[in-house]
Design a binder for this molecule. Structure first.
Ligand SMILES: [Zn+2]
Length: 488
């Protein structure tokens, strides 16, 4: 009976968000909790567990999961404590059971204040405990695939969709790979062709964009006889670490030459199309004009303050523009603002209160906006996202200024889908403008109700205008920050 140990560590770091990701921001699960929390969800771990449930004689050994919403770099002591805890949980389980294989569920774009490759470090420690057994890892396509990870992991299995809708299937693919390795007779040849390329923009949408064509080449490879895994990891452009880049990954059974040819062909395709992978942004005033001319819902994508990409979520740039404009349609704006929430909670529902909104986390970029607002509703902040996972925003308050409803939360949340709003009494369909803090991930949730989408050009720590960001560590030259001569 093979015993398969599994663990999870996930967070996506935005190095330009000055607010660090603290220890308390990591939701932790141990052992059986890890199983019960994920069963029935649309996640990698549930896909992995469901495949394994159908295989006779497999015993799963859950260890620990630590996961946080995206945020600033992780302080050195916090990262050490988290990794130590995961490692200790694995040590305990491995001391009581023979471990035949390992599945690591990683995001892949974490960065510590001093550690540039937390996932590689964790895998190194895990391997030191379990020894030379098959090790498969699933990763987000925004993962930064480091040389250390490539060396230590037998098969890396990346997402294939952007916006991400294939987490469950990725877990299934990882499970299938692990089962092949356990059966034996398979020797994975993993090849990654690095590209000095940072990408943004709509061509990344896999259903419609150029990037989708590259992913479909990867899927053909996976479907072929010797194909084990393939993907194009674009990295999170806001995780400023030396190995931030795009990697084309191909894993074939025993066929290194073929894997190299495949990876180079797809790398050439990405590089040839590099000019397409830039974001086209619209000024906030033009975006408001678009909404004025559109009788339906216009979604404003505030990608520069995308909490899903690791930004602080306290940008009031779009709010300021809406307040200053004479647009009188109903608007819905989310904001992370712990002090403003506290003040509104203290005053109570129905109160009219003067709040300084925004800029509480990233005051270098955003100055607070003084507004007299009405406190409409106060919530305990517990709700469920569309994927079935729990969200917790601390206290959550809805306040109203004129035609603008503002969802204020104490703790960072994903402002991507509709449920974060609906759970707090605001149905996006009732508004003319809804601001999401997400570059593209919101699209599957809004396609059916939004008639226009504006990628708004405002400042922020996750701006798609990459030249506006203070990169320090990424290896240069890198496109589009630099002109790059590349021979492939
Ligand atoms: Zn991602």
């Amino acid at each position: 009976m093979p015993n398969i140990l599994f663990a999870e560590m996930r967070q996506e770091t935005a190095s330009f968000n000055p607010f660090p990701t603290r220890y308390e921001m990591f939701r932790q699960l141990q052992g059986a909790e890890l199983v019960s929390n994920y069963l029935g969800t649309k996640t990698e771990i549930s896909g992995f567990m469901d495949v394994m449930a159908d295989v006779e004689d497999v015993q799963l050994l859950p260890t620990m999961s630590a996961a946080s919403v995206s945020g600033g770099a992780i302080p050195t002591t916090v990262l050490k404590r988290l990794i130590d805890e995961i490692v200790s949980s694995i040590e305990t389980v491995a001391s009581q059971n023979k471990v035949d294989a390992v599945y690591m569920c990683l995001h892949g774009a974490m960065a510590g204040e001093t550690e540039d490759d937390p996932e590689g470090l964790l895998v190194e420690k895990v391997q030191a405990i379990v020894g030379d057994v098959p090790l498969v890892a699933s990763i987000d396509l925004h993962a930064i695939l480091t040389d250390r990870m490539l060396e230590l992991i037998d098969v890396v299995v990346p997402f294939h969709t952007y916006p991400h809708v294939d987490q469950y299937e990725t877990g299934q693919r990882a499970a299938d790979c692990l089962l092949k390795l356990l059966e034996g007779g398979v020797s994975p040849e993993m090849v990654a062709v690095p590209l000095p390329l940072l990408v943004r923009g709509d061509e990344l949408i896999t259903e419609t964009g150029k990037y989708g064509e590259a992913i479909r080449m990867c899927q053909e490879i996976e479907a072929s006889a010797s194909g084990l895994s393939a993907g194009v990891n674009i990295g999170n452009a806001f995780t400023d670490v030396p190995e931030l880049r795009t990697n084309v990954l191909v894993v074939r059974d025993g066929n290194r030459d073929q894997a190299e040819d495949d990876a180079r062909r797809i790398a050439q395709f990405m590089w040839t199309n590099r000019e397409l992978f830039k974001a086209e942004l619209i000024s906030v005033s033009d975006s408001i004009e678009v909404a004025r001319d559109n009788p339906g819902l216009t979604v404003f994508s505030d990608a520069a303050d995308a909490t899903a990409s690791g930004a602080s979520g306290d940008s009031n740039e779009i709010l300021k523009a809406l307040v200053a404009s004479d647009f009188d349609g109903r608007c819905l704006v989310p904001l992370v603002d712990q002090p403003a929430v506290q003040q509104a909670v203290d005053e109570g529902e129905g109160a009219v209160v003067q709040l300084a909104l925004g800029g509480s986390l990233d005051p270098g970029r955003f100055t607070p906006l003084e507004l007299e607002v009405e406190v409409l509703r106060i919530y305990d902040g517990h709700f469920t996202y569309e994927n079935g996972l729990a969200g917790f925003g601390g206290r959550v308050v809805i306040v109203r200024y004129r035609n603008i409803d503002i969802l204020l939360v104490q703790r960072s949340l994903f402002f991507v889908g509709q449920d974060v709003f609906k759970s707090h009494g605001c149905d996006p369909a009732d508004y003319r403008i809804v601001v999401v803090k997400s570059p593209n991930g919101f699209r599957p949730y809004y396609d059916s109700i939004a008639s226009k989408i504006c990628a708004v050009d405002v400042i922020g720590s996750t701006s798609a205008n990459l030249q506006s960001l203070p990169y320090r560590k990424v290896a240069r030259p890198v496109f589009p920050l630099d002109e790059v001569d590349l021979e492939l």
